[in-house]
Design a protein around this ligand. Structure first.
Ligand code: G3H
Length: 531
């Protein structure tokens, strides 16, 4: 019997703490043109499994709307109508009015917290505390977005006097926006695009992710209540069928997408007017850590462990390749294996659990395939029980030595496999970095400025954030979050996202226009040009 199976309890519903027991959502609903519409549904199952007699089954959680292309088109038509070339009620509202709507929404959203946490635990097996953190981080993101937008609006009131010209510069919305978030942060990643897109005056069509879709269902009523019809439209369905007809209309002005390069490229290629489409993309990443002989080994192992395995390594910012200097490699591998052996795994409601069932269907088999392929080329799983799995629970494998013939050297594993390679000099690292397709973040573990400084100088041209003696991460959300190479397009942070989903427009007057400019300001009847 495998290490993991010995310890794994398939829970029966009665064995689960009462506050986390869940009932099936039998009605699939979407939000189109201000109305909650019952829709044909597709069954959604939890990655959490139970044993019935001798059979292992997945809990059925309910139905997500599964629209056909013509129903999905209603969503973009509603967003086009609500935007109405910028003459719609929402884009014509003042910033203050839009802020007011979002503030009311955020206030009422707080009531959804407990339901969201429970649902997300069941849908993607995210541990309780992380699910709660996701909700609260999103609320904080919304509050701070409002604070920054007020500041932006205040500064935009300024009249610039430049070389005899008077000008007022304000940010305007871009038009209908298509948003597609990922399963691993179904609320936070979606809302980190949705809220700035909305508050800047755009109208939105949001497609839900394949997993982590039901947890957003309770938001539909609140969204329908809080915003004018057509401003927010929430749909789901087979992406390859419903997205092309939406995009082919040519009315989408911004694509906010977190997912794979292949899907992003396909969506972009379907747009008939490429120059009109602004893209904010969060794509694959393969964040490396570099461990030097003089590092604080205990701290380094803890950070690498959390970095690689928090939420099963299903974070775009996870550490996905660890490079260790050959002088310390053996000690590092021993210490990491021992740390992995102490990890708590189980169900998302279990106290202090780090590893839970994997959300994606067939993921354990895919991870195992990469491990076998690496073993064929000479790597070994160095920790006892690594790579064993039961149901959807996968016991982490530390693979060493990982070399470039192995698929795991190149792919984003998005799961609990930790590839480790050794290096001798900065030249080894420089070659690896130059070849690496991705460039989101990296971590350096050393106490020596001598070691760190030249590596920072290499990394700063290869990735978008270098973390010192710490794992990679996105937060705090005030910091720019982006990537180089194939990892991202555009930058998200609280301030950057407001810019990403808007464009500067200006009203300018020379000596012939100044009198009119001032008359308009004095009359105070223009929404754009005013103090
Ligand atoms: O999956 C990508 C997330 O935005 C990562 O956020 O670094 O805070 O876990 P995090």
């Amino acid at each position: 019997m495998s290490v993991i199976e010995k310890n794994l309890l398939y829970p029966s519903m009665e064995s689960i703490p009462r506050q986390f027991q869940i009932t099936c959502r039998n009605e699939a609903r979407c939000l189109i043109n201000g109305k909650i519409i019952p829709a044909p549904g597709k069954e959604v199952y939890s990655p959490i499994q139970y044993r019935e007699s001798a059979v292992i089954k997945n809990y059925r959680l309910g139905y997500t709307p599964w629209l056909d292309p013509s129903q999905a088109l209603d969503a973009i038509k509603a967003a086009e109508l609500a935007y109405d070339y910028g003459w719609g009620v929402w884009p014509q509202m003042t910033i203050k009015e839009r802020i007011h709507c979002v503030e009311e929404f955020a206030l009422r959203m707080q009531d959804l917290q407990e339901g969201f946490i429970c649902q997300v635990m069941w849908e993607i097996a995210k541990p309780y505390q992380s699910s709660k953190d996701e909700f609260q981080r999103t609320l904080k993101y919304m509050e701070e977005t409002i604070i920054h937008l007020r500041e932006l609006d205040k500064n935009a009131a300024k009249i610039h006097q430049i070389e005899g010209f008077a000008a007022q510069i304000r940010r305007s919305p871009l038009g209908p926006v298509l948003l597609m978030g990922p399963f691993n942060y179904p609320l936070n990643e979606a809302f980190a695009m949705f809220i700035p897109a909305l508050i800047m005056g755009n109208t939105v069509v949001m497609k839900l992710p394949s997993w982590g879709c039901l947890c957003l269902d309770p938001f539909l009523d609140l969204l329908a209540d809080s915003f004018p019809p057509g401003v927010v439209n929430i749909i789901n369905g087979e992406g390859s069928k419903i997205i092309p007809p939406i995009v082919e209309r040519g009315s989408i002005n911004v694509l906010g997408f977190i997912g794979t390069t292949a899907v992003a490229n396909k969506i972009i290629a379907d747009h008939p007017y490429n120059n009109r489409l602004r893209t904010i993309l969060g794509l694959e990443a393969k964040n490396p850590a570099f461990v030097f002989p003089d590092c604080d080994l205990e701290l380094t192992v803890q950070e690498c462990l959390q970095g690689a395995l928090e939420f099963n390594g299903q974070r775009c910012t996870s550490l996905k390749h660890i490079w260790v200097h050959e002088e310390i490699c053996e000690r590092f591998l021993d210490a990491l294996s021992q740390a992995v052996a102490k990890i708590k795994y189980g169900m998302p409601w279990d106290q202090d659990v780090l590893l839970t069932p994997l959300a994606e269907e067939g993921k354990c088999e895919r991870l195992l395939h990469w491990i076998y392929q690496a073993e064929e080329h000479g790597a070994k799983t160095v920790n006892p029980g690594g790579g064993e799995y039961a149901g959807n629970l996968f016991y982490p494998s530390i693979l060493f030595p990982v070399t470039r013939e192995m698929d795991i050297y190149h792919v984003e594993q998005f799961g609990p496999v930790i590839p480790v390679s050794s290096f001798r000099s900065l030249d080894d690292i420089a070659v690896y970095l130059a070849e690496c397709q991705f460039g989101q973040q990296a971590s350096i573990f050393t106490n020596s400025a001598q070691m760190a400084a030249p590596l920072i100088d290499i990394l700063a041209h290869q990735v978008s954030r270098v973390n010192l003696n710490a794992q990679c991460r996105r937060g705090p959300d005030e910091l720019p979050f982006t990537g180089r190479k194939d990892s991202a397009e555009g930058t998200l942070s609280i301030v950057d996202a407001l810019r990403a989903f808007s464009i500067r427009s200006l009203v300018v007057a020379n000596e012939h226009g100044k009198e009119l400019f001032n008359k308009i300001l004095a009359a105070d009847n223009c929404k754009f040009l005013h103090r």
